[in-house]
Design a protein around this ligand. Structure first.
Ligand code: DGT
Ligand code: MG
Length: 415
């Protein structure tokens, strides 16, 4: 990264993409307390409300000083995104050291149940509310309702794994969640089975190991590919919920042609190796996915379930794994959510930015491009609106330059 381009401390901007947002900010406790309010609005389906809180939290995350009565009045109260409701909550926090509504939400059975239900892949806020309304509260209730064994977990998959495989990269619908007849990308039974694995955060070392293994497999099918681990990992999160890898080809001239169909080929290969066990989406076709309704780009991608092979039982690996704190030889590896995104060289950098997040940073990048620059930004490219002129950025820095934004390091995109 060029050190010459320093981040301008533009914390007053209304756009998250023009501010520096560290992973942990000087007002972290306040941000966390306000975030609970936003999350509860989201679980209640009040998305405009939730977004308002999300914006306010992001504004606070970029504020570089400790918020006190004085700095609140002087700076924070005047910032865009701090409306009257949030204003009152911050005031309360400064006076009492806590927000009463946050405390009561965290204690409430409804919030706890809805939060729990949405940890199951494919269950969004509206299905979660339905399950709550018909009387479900705990994970045991959820298991009983879906007729699966109490305490079911991923070890269940070991025996029946062969039938879960997805030949031709096609997802096999394994059942049906009773939410308006929509077929989930993976059955509720499988999702329940994977719930605990998915809820276990992925340490950076495992993200890197997955990336290594995947790129080695890709090199067997196609030489010359390059990649970036995007997502929360790139923003410096010590642990991630899933792994997002953006891939292109180093041949700038023929890369677009070379990567065509490569996503499907790689997915199949990883599937044959036993590493990809489920596919929720593969470029070319969409399965219904209630969690990703917002914004789709036109890149080839595979949204999958992935598992590293168990470490071999050799004396060498045993002594190695005693040294490293990782999994020991023969131990079950956890199932992980893996997204593979293929971009032609021309749109590689917009894809990398588009998949690095955070969600709000991306949202404001699109808004900034549209409102301030008359451009259209998304992971699959950068165009000028009035004449559809296509920009071809040569680097990540170039994207910021074209958009007229100061450089924001990925680790400062945690809006
Ligand atoms: P986490 O939860 O630790 O995985 O944290 P993130 O920030 O990696 O969250 P994730 O993986 O859901 O998303 C990473 C970024 O990728 C997000 O800021 C926006 C982008 N993204 C995710 N899903 C989609 C999608 O379906 N379409 C497009 N265009 N972008 C997406
Ligand atoms: Mg991610």
């Amino acid at each position: 990264k060029p050190t010459s381009q320093k981040v301008k401390n533009n914390w007053r901007s209304r756009y998250a993409c023009a501010r520096a947002s560290p992973l942990v900010c000087p007002n972290q406790d306040l941000a966390v307390a306000l975030n609970v309010l936003g999350r509860s609005r989201e679980l209640d389906g009040l998305f405009a409300n939730a977004l308002a809180y999300e914006r306010a939290v992001a504004v606070i995350k970029s504020y570089p000083n400790l918020i006190t009565q004085e700095t609140f009045k002087r700076d924070v109260a005047k910032l865009p995104g701090i409306g009257s409701k949030v204003h009152a909550k911050i005031k309360e926090y400064l006076e009492d050291g806590k927000i009463a509504e946050t405390e009561s939400i965290l204690r409430s059975e409804r919030y706890q149940s809805l939060s729990l239900f949405t940890t199951v892949y494919g269950i969004g806020p509206s299905t979660a509310r339905h399950l709550y309304e018909i009387g479900l509260r705990t994970s045991e209730d959820l298991e009983r309702y879906h007729d699966v064994a109490p305490g079911i977990d991923a070890t269940e998959l070991e025996v029946s794994e062969s039938q879960l495989f997805t030949p031709n990269g096609q997802p096999i619908p394994q059942g049906n969640i009773k939410n308006d007849g929509k077929i989930p990308p993976i059955s509720v039974k499988v999702a329940l089975t994977l719930r605990k694995d998915f809820a276990t955060p992925i340490p950076r070392s495992e993200v890197e190991e997955m990336h290594r293994v995947i790129m080695a497999e890709l090199a067997e099918i196609q030489a010359g590919c390059t990649s970036t681990i995007a997502g929360g990992y790139r923003r410096g999160k010590p642990q991630s919920n899933d792994v997002d890898i953006v891939i292109t080809h180093s041949d700038v001239k023929n890369g677009a042609e070379i990567i065509k169909g490569l996503c499907t080929k790689l997915t199949k290969r990883l599937h044959e190796r036993g590493m990809i066990t489920h596919v929720m989406h593969l470029s070319g076709f969409h399965t219904h996915n209630p969690l990703r309704t917002e914004h789709w780009d036109s890149l080839e991608k595979a949204l999958t379930v992935f598992r590293l092979p168990a470490l071999p039982l050799t004396p060498r690996s045993q002594s190695q794994s005693q040294l490293q704190f990782g999994p020991s030889a023969g131990e079950r590896r956890l199932y992980r959510r893996l997204d593979l995104i293929f971009a032609p060289p021309e749109t590689y950098w917009t894809a990398v930015i588009g998949w690095s997040g955070s969600r709000l940073f991306e949202r404001d990048l699109r808004l900034w491009a549209k409102v301030e620059k008359g451009m259209k930004f998304d992971s699959s490219g950068l165009t000028r609106r009035h004449d559809s002129k296509i920009f071809v950025p040569k680097s990540e820095e170039d994207v910021f330059k074209i958009l007229g934004l100061d450089w924001v390091d990925p680790t400062m995109r945690n809006a």
